[in-house]
Ligand binder design. Structure first.
Ligand SMILES: *Cc1c(COP(=O)(O)O)cnc(C)c1O
Length: 431
């Protein structure tokens, strides 16, 4: 399968090159040339397929023969070695828990898939050493660190905003060592992202280094997220309702993958992009004007994004037709206060502990309105333990640490402090 750049200047590339490059040379995001809907047969009988078989059916057209069937199946097998349960919360509303992977955030799937694809390309065809450069507002760093740990031919450099990620998140990205380096940036997530963007545009640097991104701009991180929506459909199909997915959104990769699943034929009534007060997309859907803003810090920090990268892909899915887009996608924003209130209510009424991101998703369903004919699914994108300082005071309870977290929490943090792009460049050139 070939991919084109959404800036329409750079040449089309194969899946392999799209993964290795991350972003096209004209700085556009890659998008698949063709999206072929899956057969009715498959969707009608989805309950007969295992998650791994579903994933293979969903992703294969995008990878095509660039990874042979046997190896692609192995990559999927290793990527999906945990569960994706649906937990019923109240009548016609359920949480799709995406946090049972090694770093307890949904990003594990994309990061593991991408790491293994790069590992495959490296093993088969000896590509030059690749440096994965990634900015994180919290969860990406840990998932990428864990997914890429020990992958040969790949070095990983993670930039994170000092003091603005949770303790658990920080430990997950600063304690692994080996081919993983954490750069602690004196600034915000936007500053980290700006430095990464500058690096990708630095001709002198990219002449020296094979840089790629592991943010959801990379097709190998973004596309596997389609799986979740099919897994949920498999588990809920026999309810015979119309499905509404509410996705807590920051960089809009996950919801964009949901919309791709819809393009592949998944029957969905509506998607809801639920955001915190970083409300660029809700504002766009209301006014038709897209205004990036500096990100504001919230308790759902993985969604503190002031200029969501993947929104251009969503526009592309709908061929820039706003009417069609609005028919399928609603978007609402919520304050921290509303989110805290929702977490309290979900605990008190339904005895479920939501994390701040999932709670924003839940609020999205409530605002949209779920009636007797519809079934609302909100994506629980992280385990509440990742946000202990926020969650525990609200639910008035201590949360037991899962084993994935116990393993890192007492390890020693190792990071390198930087403040400017020059320092980043210096590090990259000398490493
Ligand atoms: C990254 C993240 C999000 C936002 O996902 P996007 O694909 O960037 O919209 C939501 N919740 C959690 C917990 C995350 O880590």
């Amino acid at each position: 399968m070939n991919f084109y750049s959404l800036n329409k200047i750079a040449p089309n590339v194969t899946f392999k090159d799209a993964v290795i490059k991350g972003l096209a040379s004209d700085k556009g995001l890659y998008f698949p040339e063709k999206i072929s809907p899956l057969g009715k047969e498959f969707l009608n009988n989805i309950e007969d397929f295992s998650n791994k078989e579903i994933a293979f059916e969903v992703i294969k057209q995008f990878v095509a023969d660039e990874i042979p069937e046997k190896e692609l199946k192995e990559i999927i097998e290793e990527t999906l070695n945990f569960d994706f349960p649906i937990i019923s919360i109240e009548e016609n509303i359920a949480a799709l828990e995406l946090f049972h992977g090694p770093t307890m955030a949904f990003k594990d799937v994309g990061a593991r898939f991408m790491a293994r694809c790069l590992g495959y390309f490296n093993k088969e065809e000896k590509i030059n050493k690749v440096t994965v450069l990634v900015a994180t507002s919290g969860d990406t760093g840990g998932a990428v660190a864990s997914g890429f740990l020990g992958v040969e031919g790949v070095d990983v450099v993670i930039l994170y905003p000092s003091g603005k990620v949770s303790d658990v998140q920080e430990k997950q990205l600063t304690t692994l060592g080996q081919n993983i380096t954490a750069l602690e940036v004196n600034g915000t997530f936007d500053d980290c992202q700006a430095m990464v963007k500058t690096a990708f545009m630095d001709e002198k640097l990219i002449a020296n280094k094979n840089l790629t991104s592991a943010n959801s701009i990379n097709v190998a991180r973004w596309l596997p997220q389609m799986f979740y929506f099919f897994f949920a459909y498999k588990l809920l199909k026999n309810k015979h309702k119309e499905f509404v997915f509410s996705v807590p959104s920051g960089n809009f990769g996950n919801i964009c993958a949901g919309l791709m699943a819809y393009k592949l034929g998944l029957p969905v009534k509506q998607f809801i992009a639920a955001t915190n007060i970083n409300d660029i997309v809700p504002e766009y859907l209301e006014t038709g004007i897209y205004t990036p803003k500096p990100s504001k810090q919230t308790i759902s920090n993985a969604m503190d994004v002031g200029n969501p990268s993947n929104f251009v892909r969503i526009l592309e899915i709908f061929k820039n037709d706003d009417t069609k887009l609005k028919e399928m996608l609603s978007s609402y924003s919520f304050t921290d206060k509303e989110t805290q209130q929702a977490m309290k209510e979900i605990k008190e009424k339904y005895n479920y502990i939501a994390d701040p991101h999932g709670a924003v998703g839940y609020l999205g369903l409530k605002k949209f309105g779920i009636d007797a004919n519809t079934y609302g699914i909100f994506l629980e994108t992280a385990h509440p333990v990742k946000f202990l300082n926020v969650v525990e005071p609200i639910i008035n309870e201590t949360i037991e640490l899962p084993k994935q977290i116990k393993e890192v929490i007492n390890k020693e943090k190792v990071s390198i402090n930087i403040s400017t792009y020059e320092e980043l460049k210096h590090f990259l050139i000398n490493s």
